[in-house]
Design a protein around this ligand. Structure first.
Ligand SMILES: Cc1cc2nc3c(=O)[nH]c(=O)nc-3n(C[C@H](O)[C@H](O)[C@H](O)COP(=O)(O)OP(=O)(O)OC[C@H]3O[C@@H](n4cnc5c(N)ncnc54)[C@H](O)[C@@H]3O)c2cc1C
Length: 451
């Protein structure tokens, strides 16, 4: 077996010189340096792709010697699922972004990050729907959903997908659109990286010369009232206004509440819409400023720490009611380290108006996505791991009392098919069927799918 793997990888190396890297090499180290430090996982080899043919060659080679495959895009999956113990298809070098002549869409390569996109679109006064952080892979984000500051106005990132070029498990290279390979196109919009390697997406663009956004930091003592007022404000906010919340613990153990409103409507309305956020409480720090769309993707950067062990859970809340506010504040009061944090994303407006069955994404009603995050440094310290895991689970249980079934597929943990099934709601049976059709041997097992 080992000989077969070695021979096959050797052939791949001859066929595509300079693409394959092995443990100990610099390009191997760069490709495996992802956001979350995976638990004791060492890929057999990394294959850095530049073209769809490279991807085909990697899939073919892995199939020949029965090696597990994984796909590395922006490297921001919380569970480190970009890596596996077999062959990693590394798309990091495929990061071009080409805007169409009419500026209505862009072709985005499979490994481009949101920061690669805004580097091209910001100077043109246009924007794609991204998540909130520049480092996240555009395709990984889009395939699972894509909650971001423009969700109320333009929907999820996946609602803006026009076409995808995909290398399938059997090596075929196909395009999926509303009219071509419709089932695949439907499944790609929510089913994650479970159907093939997406080498390029064509994504709708929107006129957006600027936004107004920033982060306001409130003392934790005011958390209850800040959250209550924020919930009131958000309930009556227009589609152009989204609000993200963060609950973080400083290195000295002091918790605080972060409020990040983003206004993407007419610039002259920004002040009227956003002034109210300063009176949510007594801000300790922060400003709200006019900026290019890409400027907003750096707001959370101080809280995005690379290379740590991460445990994460997700819930969907129907609203930020008093029970949830109590659960959130209590969770932060009982945080076990400064690595404990909770972030929320709104789902509203344009995203909620999309009919549930028109994409695989399973929940089309206003809600709040909650990310429960525990990160820590020492991976050999099991006690540390256990106490963070316990905190995440306790917080999840407390929030689950009023949660909707399922959770954001991009953030689900492996090994819970019931939860995955709930996440896709009535789209689950069709998703299972499309998986059978396009990847019957489960070559691409990324985020969990319904069973
Ligand atoms: C700091 C941080 C901030 C985040 N912010 C947001 C946010 O604002 N909104 C939101 O909705 N989500 C957010 N996420 C979650 C994010 O959308 C998912 O983790 C997503 O999977 C990351 O994609 P990636 O390409 O960066 O990750 P990777 O780890 O490279 O890939 C994760 C998986 O995605 C699939 N994949 C990636 N690229 C391809 C491709 N080209 N073809 C086929 N499959 C592919 C593969 O299955 C892969 O295993 C955030 C995550 C982090 C860590």
């Amino acid at each position: 077996m080992t000989n077969l793997v070695e021979r096959t990888l050797g052939r791949l190396n001859e066929q595509k010189p300079g693409r394959l890297s092995m443990p100990g090499e610099q390009s191997y180290a760069a490709a495996t340096a992802i956001w979350a430090k995976p638990f004791a996982l060492a890929p057999r080899a990394i294959f850095s792709c530049q073209t769809a043919e490279d991807v085909q060659a990697a899939i073919h080679a892995a199939g020949e010697c029965d090696l597990a495959l994984s796909v590395r895009g922006g490297g921001h999956d919380w569970a480190g699922r970009a890596l596996c113990d077999g062959l990693v298809i590394n798309l990091a070098g495929m990061n071009t972004v080409v805007v169409s002549a009419d500026r209505r869409s862009a072709r985005i390569s499979g490994g481009a990050r949101a920061s690669d996109v805004v580097a091209v679109t910001d100077p043109l006064g246009i924007a794609a729907v991204t998540g909130s952080c520049g480092g996240v892979g555009m395709v990984g984000l889009t395939l699972g959903g894509g909650y971001g500051p423009l969700i109320g106005r333009f929907g999820l990132a996946l609602d803006n997908l026009i076409a995808a070029d995909v290398v399938l498990a059997d090596g075929r290279y196909v395009t999926a659109t509303r009219d071509i390979n419709e089932d695949l196109f439907w499944a790609l919009r929510g089913g994650g990286g479970n159907f093939g390697v997406v080498t390029t997406i064509q994504q709708r663009l929107h006129d957006l010369p600027s936004i107004c956004s920033g982060m306001l930091v409130f003392p934790f003592a005011e958390a209850q009232s800040v959250l209550e007022r924020c919930a009131e404000l958000a309930a009556s906010a227009p589609d152009e206004l989204t609000v993200q919340l963060g609950f973080v613990v400083g290195s000295n153990g002091t918790p605080s509440v972060l409020v990040v409103p983003t206004w993407s409507g007419l610039p002259h309305d920004a002040e009227r819409q956003l002034a109210r956020f300063f009176s949510l409480g007594t801000p300790m720090a922060g400003t709200l400023d006019v900026m290019p769309y890409g400027g907003g993707l750096a707001i959370f950067d101080p809280h995005v720490i690379y290379g740590q062990r991460v445990i994460m859970e997700t819930v969907w809340l129907p609203a930020l009611d008093s029970g949830c506010i109590d659960a959130l504040t209590q969770a932060i009061e009982t945080a076990v380290s400064p690595g404990c944090a909770i972030f929320t994303h709104e789902f509203k407006g344009a995203a909620s108006r999309v009919p549930e069955i028109s994409t695989a994404f399973g929940l089309r009603r206003d809600h709040l996505l909650v990310e429960i995050l525990a990160s820590f440094v020492d991976q050999s310290n099991l006690i540390d791991e256990q106490k963070h895991r316990q905190w995440v689970q306790t917080t999840l249980m407390a929030l689950s009392i009023s949660a909707l079934p399922g959770g954001y597929p991009n953030l689900l943990a492996d090994g819970n098919p019931i939860r995955a099934t709930q996440s896709y709601g009535r789209n689950a049976p069709r998703l299972i069927e499309v998986k059978r059709q396009y990847d019957p041997d489960n070559v691409f097992s990324a985020t969990p799918l319904p069973k």
